[in-house]
Design a protein around this ligand. Structure first.
Ligand code: ZN
Ligand code: FE
Ligand code: FE
Length: 191
């Protein structure tokens, strides 16, 4: 039992030959630093994409509270982009965006929800649902990246990522309040 386990962990090349194990690309990360940098590029793309997607969501929202929540999060999102640029600077790397397939999909899904809802409270409820999926993806991402930075001894970078993490959590809470306070009840009444 013990020998099997140690063989598995000490022989990655052998493990890669097993069926179902995806072959790493030639530029695959070999350590946590590279994995951290790849994660930064991914969320940098995602945040930039959000600065374009949030105005569309706000334009399609009806509730004043929801519009305010989306617009104030747009301002924060622009800060998140700038903060990531600072993190790249801290680690001596050029800020580079690499397409985040997850955020691309979440934004697409948001557009789909908008198309499939009537303007008003029902569309508002849909926009909140889509936005919260986005916030949760960001919360998971920043939680991971902050931890990676801490493990790597990059405390300044960790602090910046923590600040953004807290703002994402606050944005998510705010959306819950908007939903619970008015929109969901009204949307249910529209049934
Ligand atoms: Zn953000
Ligand atoms: Fe991603
Ligand atoms: Fe966000």
């Amino acid at each position: 039992m013990k020998t099997t386990d140690s063989k598995k962990t000490t022989a990655p090349k052998q493990a890669a030959k097993k069926s179902g194990v995806i072959k790493p690309k030639s530029d695959a990360a070999s350590g946590l630093t590279e994995l951290f940098e790849d994660g930064l590029k991914d969320i940098y793309w995602a945040e930039k994409a959000l600065t374009k997607a949030l105005p569309t969501m706000a334009k399609n929202a009806t509730s004043a509270d929801l519009i305010e929540a989306l617009n104030s999060h747009l301002t924060e999102t622009e800060e998140h982009v700038a903060r990531l640029e600072k993190v790249f600077e801290l680690i001596g790397k050029k800020a580079t965006a690499k397409k985040c397939d997850a955020m691309s999909g979440l934004i697409e899904e948001g557009k789909g929800i908008i198309e499939e809802t009537e303007v008003g409270v029902v569309r508002d409820a849909g926009i909140i649902a889509a936005s919260q999926k986005i916030e949760h993806y960001e919360i998971a991402t920043y939680g991971t990246l902050r931890q990676f930075a801490e493990t790597l001894g990059l405390s300044e970078a960790a602090d910046l990522l923590e600040q953004t993490l807290e703002e994402e959590k606050e944005a998510d809470k705010k959306l819950t309040i908007v939903a619970v306070d008015a929109i969901n009840v009204e949307a249910a009444e529209a049934d």
